[in-house]
Design a protein around this ligand. Structure first.
Ligand code: COA
Length: 159
């Protein structure tokens, strides 16, 4: 798995997509807040497993919380974190399988990258992708050649 690089200075606007999701799908995309940590972490554990749960918990240890979520009413539909495992890195992210293809993942990605731009970064790294086509299409991300050895090298596995 390789990393990808995204230029943050010319990100596409997410305003239209945000409005569409809200009006047509009643989906709210917003930054998560501390009291819902247990709910988001449990949901991520159920949908995506314990490694991503751990990364979400680190995102919730930051102030402001470096995790964006998508919800319809009381139902979580997706999440995206940044600066969880390494500074300047985006991820992990995921959309509920039944809600994919509606633009949720793209808006969560844009919100996270905008947050990183506001921190002062000119570029962001997407660690160990995954669906490279999605990132290339959504924000023009480019594969970083020679990045196979990632921040996840030597990751401990459950015996
Ligand atoms: C990758 C993921 C987050 C995308 O979420 P999503 O909500 O379905 O994405 P969107 O609906 O915003 O897709 C935006 C665009 O990317 C395209 N796209 C989405 N997933 C794609 C994929 N896996 N490969 C190629 N294109 C993809 C969509 O078709 C859409 O194209 P359009 O703008 O022409 O309509 C979701 O598929 C997922 O949760 N996957 C499992 C977890 C995962 O792999 N996370 C990333 C780890 S690096």
């Amino acid at each position: 798995m390789k990393d990808m690089l995204v230029r943050l200075l010319e990100l596409p606007s997410g305003t239209e997509l945000e409005q569409k999701l809200l009006e047509k799908e009643k989906i709210v995309v917003r930054r998560a807040i501390a009291p819902e940590k247990h709910l988001v972490a449990d949901w991520v554990l159920n949908e995506f497993g314990s490694y991503w749960k751990s990364e979400v918990e680190v995102a919730f240890s930051r102030q402001p919380v470096s995790c964006w979520i998508a919800q319809r009413g009381n139902d979580l539909l997706g999440f995206a974190c940044y600066e969880s495992t390494a500074r300047n890195f985006f991820g992990p992210t995921g959309t509920l399988e039944s809600e994919r293809g509606k633009g949720i993942g793209k808006l969560l990605l844009l919100k996270s990258l905008e947050s990183m731009r506001e921190m002062g970064y000119g570029y962001a790294i997407i660690g160990g992708v995954g669906p490279a086509e999605f990132y290339e299409k959504a924000v023009g991300a480019k594969i970083i050649e020679g990045s196979e050895i990632s921040i996840y090298q030597h990751l401990l596995r459950k015996p």
